[in-house]
Design a protein around this ligand. Structure first.
Ligand code: PLP
Length: 274
C-alpha cells in the first residue's frame, strides 16, 4: 500500500508522522473522504473546495491543490482497487507540546483503503446530544470528530449504522457522517446549512438532481416522515428502514428509490460534477 505524505509517495508501513503533530495532539486538522472508483476520484473539485474552506476556517494555510491533485492521482494509480475510500488529512504540522501551531508547515497525508458499496437500506437512531449550529467549527470538516465517535458507538449498540443529531434549538441537523433527507406529504426536504450540518457534497448533488427543498424541520419530523434517507460520499443515497423504534417500509420508498436512481445515473455520467 502506497500513501502520499508531504510531497511524495511512500510505502504506508514506512511513512511516519511526528507524535508532536498538532493534528494528533489537539485535533488541529481538516480532512476529506472521497470516493475512488474506476481509477478516479469522484467530485474531486468540490472536495478540494471544501478542504480549502475547512482549512481557512481553522486558520491553516490554503492547501496546495496542485499537490493534492497529484497526490490523489498517484495514490489511486499505485493502489488499484474496485472501490476505494480516499482520505485526505491536512493538519497544522509539528509543534512542541503545549505551544501554538509551529512554523514547520502543514502535514498532508493522502491514503486509500478498499471499501464495499453500502447496502441500499440501513437503520439509524437519534441521540440526546446536540450539534452546535453556531460553533467555531460549525460547517468545517475538521479532525475533531470525538462527538461523532461517541454518537456512532451509541448507534452501533442499537444495531444501527448512523446516529442523527438535533441542533441546540431542537431542529433536525445531520448524522455523524451523513446528511439526512425526509419525505413529508410526498415532498422531499433536508435541513438547511444554518441548522449546523456539514455542506455534504452528496447532499448538494441530491438537492440539485432530485429537487429537494431546504427546510427547517423539528426532530420529530422523523416520527412523521413517510420516507427517510441518508446521503454521504460512501453511502451515496441510502434508505432508512428503522429510526429508533419506528419501523419504516422494508425497502426504499418511491421518492427515495427515484433519488437513488437519479444519483446513480448522474454520477456515472459526470465524475466531477459541479
Ligand atoms: N455530515 C458529516 C458530519 C460528515 O462527516 C459527512 C461526511 O463527510 C457528511 C455530512 C456527508 O458529506 P459528503 O456527502 O460530502 O460525504
Amino acid at each position: 500500500m502506497k500513501i502520499w505524505l508531504n510531497g511524495g509517495l511512500q510505502d504506508a508501513e514506512d511513512a511516519r508522522v511526528s507524535v508532536f503533530d498538532h493534528g494528533l495532539t489537539v485535533g488541529d486538522g481538516v480532512f476529506e473522504t472521497i470516493k475512488a472508483e474506476r481509477g478516479r476520484a469522484f467530485a474531486l473539485t468540490r472536495h478540494l473546495e471544501r478542504l480549502t474552506t475547512s482549512a481557512r476556517g481553522l486558520g491553516l494555510p490554503d492547501p496546495d491543490l496542485d499537490e493534492v491533485r497529484r497526490g490523489c492521482a498517484a495514490v489511486i494509480d499505485a493502489n488499484p482497487m474496485a472501490l476505494g475510500r480516499l482520505r485526505l488529512t491536512y493538519t497544522g504540522g509539528v509543534s512542541p507540546l503545549g505551544s501554538d501551531r509551529g512554523d514547520a508547515g502543514p502535514t498532508l497525508v493522502i491514503a486509500l483503503s478498499e471499501t464495499q458499496r453500502r447496502p441500499d437500506t440501513t437503520a439509524a437512531v437519534t441521540v440526546p446530544w446536540t450539534r452546535n449550529e453556531r460553533g467555531a467549527l460549525t460547517g468545517l470538516k475538521t479532525t475533531s470528530y470525538g462527538e461523532n465517535v461517541v454518537a456512532l458507538a451509541r448507534a452501533r449498540e442499537r444495531d444501527a449504522s448512523e446516529a442523527l443529531f438535533a441542533n441546540t434549538v431542537g431542529a433536525l441537523c445531520e448524522g455523524t457522517g451523513s446528511n439526512v433527507f425526509v419525505v413529508l406529504d410526498g415532498e422531499l426536504h433536508t435541513p438547511p446549512l444554518h441548522s449546523g450540518c456539514l455542506a455534504g457534497i452528496t447532499r448538494a448533488l441530491t438537492i440539485g438532481w432530485a429537487g429537494a427543498k431546504e427546510t427547517d424541520l423539528p426532530l420529530d419530523a422523523l416520527e412523521r416522515a413517510e420516507e427517510i434517507f441518508l446521503t454521504s460520499t460512501l453511502r451515496d443515497v441510502q434508505a432508512v428502514t428503522r429510526i429508533d423504534r419506528r419501523q419504516l417500509p422494508d425497502g426504499p420508498g418511491p421518492v427515495t428509490a427515484e433519488a437513488m436512481r437519479i444519483f446513480d445515473e448522474q454520477s456515472a455520467a459526470d465524475f466531477d460534477p459541479r
